[in-house]
Design a protein around this ligand. Structure first.
Ligand code: SF4
Length: 220
């Protein structure tokens, strides 16, 4: 794909999304379980460097005991840490979720804010976390979610050169995609990364977009 232009990439990314939308029609916007915006914020904070499946095992117990921001804000941080122990960095995450619950309860009237600028003021909420909450809970796209799967697949597809730099990858994607495709990109590329374009053994031979991928192990 030598000599490709941004216009070439804009066309290729649309074709890729078209093919993936057929392959992953039922892909969910998130793999985290949640019942309301507060649960989504807390689950997303816990998911940093942890698997969604691991977080999903913890959250029923956590939200059973601390079902809203007021109760979690008053919770004992050591008790919170014990409940979330299996998701890693549990002392730091316990402090984050307690403080986040306090801020939601005191600064935002008990409601999870629905702007990126407000969300990133919450402890433990990165730009990626904020994008996840905005898109899955409110259907608002202020950016493109770049998690570990999306980062890997985006780099393999050649849509960014900034490996391990999610903020820069996000900017590249925002240039290539119209805003009304930002949510779909994360949903479809995330599903593709989980199911086909895996970290260690990408299934290039059966990949529906292998003819559009510069990293394909199959001769095109
Ligand atoms: S062809 Fe291979 S590397 Fe490219 S997207 Fe498909 S699985 Fe991933």
């Amino acid at each position: 794909m030598k000599g490709k232009t941004i216009q070439d990439d804009k066309k290729r990314i649309q074709e890729i999304l078209h093919r993936l939308s057929n392959a992953y029609q039922d892909a969910p916007p998130t793999y985290l379980y949640f019942n309301n915006p507060f649960e989504m914020v807390i689950a997303t904070i816990l998911s940093a460097r942890a698997t969604d499946a691991g977080v999903n095992k913890i959250t029923p117990v956590l939200f059973g005991k601390y079902p809203n921001s007021v109760k979690m804000a008053k919770g004992d941080v050591e008790d919170l840490a014990q409940i979330i122990r299996s998701c890693g960095a549990y002392n730091r995450k316990a402090a984050y979720i307690k403080k986040t619950a306090e801020m939601i309860s005191e600064n935002f009237g008990g409601n999870v804010p629905n702007t990126l600028d407000d969300l990133i003021t919450l402890p433990g909420v990165s730009r990626k976390t904020a994008n996840v909450v905005l898109q899955t809970v409110f259907g608002i796209a202020e950016g493109v979610i770049v998690d570990t799967h999306i980062m890997r697949v985006t780099i393999r597809l050649g849509f960014s050169q900034y490996d391990k730099k999610p903020d820069k990858i996000e900017k590249d994607l925002m240039q290539l995609l119209p805003r009304d495709r930002w949510i779909d990109y994360a949903r479809l590329i995330g599903a593709h990364g989980r199911q086909t374009c895996k970290a260690s053994h990408p299934k290039c031979s059966t990949c529906t977009i292998n003819k559009l991928c510069p990293s394909s192990e199959i001769e095109n």
